[in-house]
Ligand binder design. Structure first.
Ligand SMILES: NC(=O)c1ccc[n+]([C@@H]2O[C@H](COP(=O)([O-])OP(=O)(O)OC[C@H]3O[C@@H](n4cnc5c(N)ncnc54)[C@H](OP(=O)(O)O)[C@@H]3O)[C@@H](O)[C@H]2O)c1
Length: 233
C-alpha cells in the first residue's frame, strides 16, 4: 500500500530548468512528485523551493546513466510501496551545439546517446512494473530530432539522440498500451534554461505546460506533441 493518498509522478532532471518547472506544475495539480537529480546539493535546493511552495516533493539523488542509480530508484519506491502514475523522462545533455558531426569525440557521442536516449529507455524499463495501469510516460524530446523540421546539422549528436528517443517512444507505446499506459514524446519549444539560453523565446512555465498535460491528461499514445498539438516525427 502506497504512503501517498495522491497520484504520484517521477521526473528526471528536476533540479533545474524545464524539469524543475514540470515538478512544480505537477505539484500544483496535486501530485506527489519524486524529483530526480544527480547533484544532491542542487536537488535539495530545488526540492526546498518546491516544498516551500507547499508541494509534496521527494528528492531522489540519481544519475540516469548509471544502472546502479536506476536500481536504487526502484528499490526506494518499492520499499516505500509507491506506484507511479506519471513518469517524465526529462533529463538530457547538449554538448555539441557548436560542433560538426565529423568533429565529435567518442565521449561526446556516448554521453549524449546514453543520457538522452538510452537512459529514458532504461528508466522506463526499470520502473515499468511500478507504473500503474492507465499511467503515462512522457519523453521530453526535441524537433531537432525530427526528420520533418530538423536534420539541419545543428548539434548533430544531440539531434540524433532525440531522433532515437522518438523511435524508442514509438516502440514502447504499443508494448505498454497492453496495460493502458500511454507513452508520448514532446517538444517543449525553445525555452529559456541553461540549455536553451537567454535568447530563447519562451519561459519555463510555457515549456513545461505540454509535458505536464501529457503526464496527466492526454488520452492518446505513441505521438509527438508541441503545444498540445500533434506534430510530425
Ligand atoms: N531548453 C530548450 O530550449 C529545449 C528545447 C527542446 C528540448 N529540450 C529538452 O527539454 C529537456 C529539459 O531541458 P532544459 O532546457 O531544462 O535543460 P537544462 O536546463 O540543461 O537541464 C537539464 C537537466 O538534466 C539533468 N541531467 C543531465 N544529465 C543527467 C544525468 N546523467 N542524470 C540525471 N540528470 C541529468 C541536469 O542535471 P544537472 O544539474 O546535474 O546537470 C538538469 O537537471 C531536455 O530533455 C532537453 O533536451 C529543451
Amino acid at each position: 500500500m502506497s504512503e501517498h493518498a495522491k497520484k504520484v509522478a517521477l521526473v528526471t532532471g528536476a533540479n533545474r530548468g524545464i524539469g524543475f518547472e514540470i515538478a512544480r506544475q505537477l505539484g500544483f495539480k496535486g501530485y506527489a512528485v519524486y524529483a530526480c537529480g544527480r547533484s544532491e546539493s542542487s536537488l535539495n535546493q530545488a526540492v526546498g523551493m518546491l516544498t516551500g511552495e507547499g508541494h509534496d516533493v521527494y528528492p531522489v539523488v540519481s544519475d540516469v546513466t548509471d544502472p546502479e542509480s536506476i536500481a536504487s530508484i526502484v528499490k526506494r519506491l518499492s520499499g516505500e510501496g509507491v506506484k507511479i502514475d506519471a513518469l517524465v523522462n526529462n533529463a538530457a545533455v547538449l554538448v555539441d551545439r557548436n560542433k560538426g558531426i565529423l568533429d565529435l569525440t567518442r565521449s561526446e557521442v556516448m554521453e549524449t546517446l546514453e543520457t538522452n536516449a538510452v537512459a529514458p529507455l532504461m528508466v522506463t524499463q526499470a520502473l515499468s512494473d511500478l507504473l500503474n495501469d492507465g499511467g503515462r510516460v512522457v519523453m521530453v524530446s526535441s524537433t531537432s530530432g525530427s526528420f520533418c523540421n530538423g536534420i539541419d546539422h545543428w548539434a548533430p549528436i544531440y539531434a540524433t539522440s532525440k531522433t532515437t528517443l522518438n523511435a524508442i517512444t514509438r516502440h514502447l507505446a504499443p508494448e505498454l498500451f497492453e496495460r493502458k499506459i500511454l507513452v508520448n514524446a514532446v517538444h517543449p519549444g525553445w525555452v529559456k534554461t541553461d540549455m536553451g539560453g537567454n535568447g530563447a523565446e519562451r519561459d519555463v512555465a510555457k515549456g513545461a505546460e505540454t509535458p505536464v498535460w501529457l503526464a496527466t491528461e492526454v488520452e492518446e499514445t505513441g505521438k509527438f506533441w508541441c503545444d498540445k498539438s500533434e506534430i510530425p516525427w
